[in-house]
Ligand binder design. Sequence first.
Ligand SMILES: C[S@@+](CC[C@H](N)C(=O)[O-])C[C@H]1O[C@@H](n2cnc3c(N)ncnc32)[C@H](O)[C@@H]1O
Length: 266
Amino acid sequence: MVKEHWEKEPCESRAGGSLDNETLYFKKIDNYRYEKAPYINGFAKFEEGNGKRVLEVGLGSCSDFIKWARNGANLWGIDLTQASINMAKKRLNLEKLHATVKIGDVEVLDFEDNFFDIVYSYGVVHHTPDTSRAIRELYRVLKPGGIARVMIYHKGGLSWIYEWILFGLLKGHPWKSRREIVFYNNESFGTKIYTKVEAKELFKEFRKINLFTVVSASDVMDIQLSEKYQKVWLFSNLQRCMSFLKYLRPFISSSFGSYMLIEAEK
Ligand SMILES: C[S@@+](CC[C@H](N)C(=O)[O-])C[C@H]1O[C@@H](n2cnc3c(N)ncnc32)[C@H](O)[C@@H]1O
């Protein structure tokens, strides 16, 4: 079910508009991504990939992936979907860059132990059924001293409250928890959200872990809704009414952020 969902529309690809001009299409996707999430560059530290073995898991529209490639990483990328793999190949071709890309599942990585210097996975492992297994796999393929940079959803985020209002409260199920609402309604089926304590437990094998939360564009409803949410009449109207929220973004405490950025050393 996860695969079917992302196969239909790779993450953020709707920002690209028409595919007539591929270079422009990808540029629009990238502009959208880094305008909405400017903190990604500081978190991923793409320049550190230069000359290192880097694996990205869960490529979406490949905006981050192409940055690893531009920065001279010795690069591998896997995704569950053919759609993302095709995009990665197209983008590499357009820029005459090289990387190895293939379909793969983060829960069973097809790489030997202690192979990579950096593994990067942004907004992916909370979608896979066995998230702890996925993180054990990321750990396994990292060299000792290697770094994992992973974004997972944070339970305390505002986005989940909006989802609870729409899919719980207004549908007459106020007793349903945010976890349950997100599991059944967010993006692909089975999506999970984590507290900081739970995230530390997931990464417990790692020697060092540094974790912080950020207020995302979805926390202030400043996103282009996917087809799935556009169909929910209430969601698009709520978004319209709350459009002022984006101006408050700099003032909202990061504890209300839905994204948890984790850097962990093996
Ligand atoms: C929310 S998108 C994030 C994509 C990209 N990292 C980004 O930030 O835009 C999730 C991506 O992870 C991929 N994915 C989901 N489960 C996966 C799994 N078990 N193994 C590999 N990729 C997976 C999906 O196909 C999709 O491309």
